[in-house]
Design a protein around this ligand. Structure first.
Ligand SMILES: [Zn+2]
Length: 102
């Protein structure tokens, strides 16, 4: 029998008996259409690419990937799914943590 584990509370979810929810999170850099100014036209594109490559040399692959695109997948039990939907970004948790530190 296939078993899953809730990634939040650790409860075992049996594929044939328990309702299981999947959460997929995608985080990627949002690009807005750029406005080309006369300043941009005066720039040296080859020099800019060289600068960018120079900056990338000091970063590891994981760091670079994290800046561009990252996806996560989690299994949740019904209780944790309900809690997640109420606060997907963990805002309440952040506020509580900030309050405790002050
Ligand atoms: Zn759970």
């Amino acid at each position: 029998m296939i078993h899953y584990t809730c990634d939040l509370c650790g409860r075992t979810l049996r594929a044939d008996q328990d309702t299981r929810y999947e959460v997929k999170v995608e985080v990627y850099a949002a690009y807005d259409p750029m406005e080309v100014t006369s300043d941009d036209l005066g720039k040296d594109p080859a020099g800019e690419i060289e600068d960018l490559l120079g900056q990338m040399k000091d970063m590891d692959a994981e760091e670079l990937e994290g800046q561009v695109y990252k996806s996560f997948r989690y299994d949740l039990c019904p209780e944790c799914q309900a809690a997640f939907l109420k606060d997907p970004l963990g805002k309440a948790m952040r506020q509580r943590t900030r309050f405790e530190h002050n």
